[in-house]
Design a protein around this ligand. Structure first.
Ligand code: PLP
Length: 336
């Protein structure tokens, strides 16, 4: 490994930061933390909130629940607004809450709910949050770099993503953007933090370093991915994910299967209902062993009810065709 306090590292981290800003579509600061996505979510919370702060957590699945849980664990007074799994956050319900409760300081939302394959209408949600001048924290772990998220245009204060998703890199890095309003919140926040301290990370980044030993090898991977992404162009990447998403949904339909979400289908993950005569673990096992294709099962209450096809990052339509061809053969072999 190179010296993470040397010139070579300085060039690496400053180049990455510059490229990340383009994909985040932001002029805000972007910090790269050595963590998984959950570490990034925790960092966002402990840097911007104080114990007792009233927070509105919008949840449409496992990851919305997790974001909310972290804030509760650190002493925020969380009010959770749950929507049925498979559907989106309803902005009218959010607006009703914000109108009724002026004490709310921040709103937390998952842009793309990976557990259900649903993409929230973040543009409308952020407009609503901004109308009431609240802080907006966005979990964009499985959307950013694949699904359009113009951070500045939509006024997203804190946006969190992670290297192993659409960024086509190994796990190990969480990338977080912080707006001016976000920094204001940081200056007032009283939650305990040490490793996650944004102010420390910012001051080290100014000299081309990170406060702690970073995941250098993953940073090299991310730097290479960002070069590929620059070559393809963000608009083309987003368009490719839309095509891949459509192809996946069409393929599922042609197989006679049905999608789990009722609306707002994600272009990075497709959740499919498992027919009652199919044994889900048999299906996933056959797909993995015989076809070398790893699909994910459902999480928590969706266990054995759905399977999920991940199609974010390094993926094209031909990959989807291969998955569909394999599913066509594997499904009849997976009967109960
Ligand atoms: C939307 C979303 N948020 C948060 C996470 C948690 O990220 P990690 O597993 O990297 O901690 C995930 C992981 O799948 C996710 O999809």
């Amino acid at each position: 490994m190179i010296n993470h306090r040397g010139e070579e590292f300085r060039e690496l981290i400053l180049g990455i930061t510059q490229d990340l800003k383009q994909t985040f579509q932001t002029q805000n600061d972007v910090l790269t933390l050595t963590a998984s996505g959950t570490g990034g979510l925790e960092a966002a919370i402990v840097n911007t909130l104080s114990p007792g702060d009233r927070v509105l957590a919008l949840s449409i699945g496992v990851f919305g629940d997790r974001f909310s849980d972290i804030a509760s664990q650190f002493g925020a007074e969380v009010e959770k607004l749950d929507f049925e799994w498979g559907s989106v956050v309803h902005p009218e319900a959010l607006e009703r809450k914000l109108k009724r409760d002026p004490k709310v300081k921040a709103v937390m939302v998952t842009h793309n709910e990976t557990s259900t394959g649903v993409t929230n209408d973040l543009e409308t949600i952020s407009q609503t949050v901004k109308k009431y001048d609240k802080l907006l924290l966005v979990d964009a772990v499985s959307s950013l770099s694949c699904i359009n998220l113009p951070t500045d245009l939509w006024g997203c204060d804190i946006v969190i993503t992670a290297s192993q998703k659409g960024w086509m890199s190994p796990p190990g890095l969480a990338m977080v953007s912080i707006s001016e309003k976000g920094w204001e919140a940081v200056s007032k926040s009283k939650m305990p933090r040490y490793y996650w301290d944004f102010l420390k990370a910012k001051s080290f980044l100014e000299k081309g370093q990170t406060p702690w030993t970073p995941a250098i090898s993953t940073l090299y991977a991310l730097s290479s991915s960002l070069k590929l992404m620059k070559e393809e162009g963000l608009a083309n990447i987003i368009e490719r994910h839309a095509r891949v998403g459509n192809r996946t949904r069409r393929g599922i339909d042609e197989l006679g299967l049905s999608l789990f979400p009722q609306e707002a289908h994600s272009n990075t993950v497709t959740a499919v209902n498992i027919p009652s005569d199919i044994d889900s673990s048999k299906l996933l096992g056959i797909m993995r062993r015989k076809y070398n294709i790893v699909l994910a099962g459902g999480q928590q209450k969706l266990k054995d009810k759905i399977f999920r096809i991940g199609h974010m990052g390094w993926v094209c339509e031909e990959d989807i065709d291969q998955i569909m061809a394999a599913l066509k053969e594997a499904l009849p072999e997976s009967k109960r």
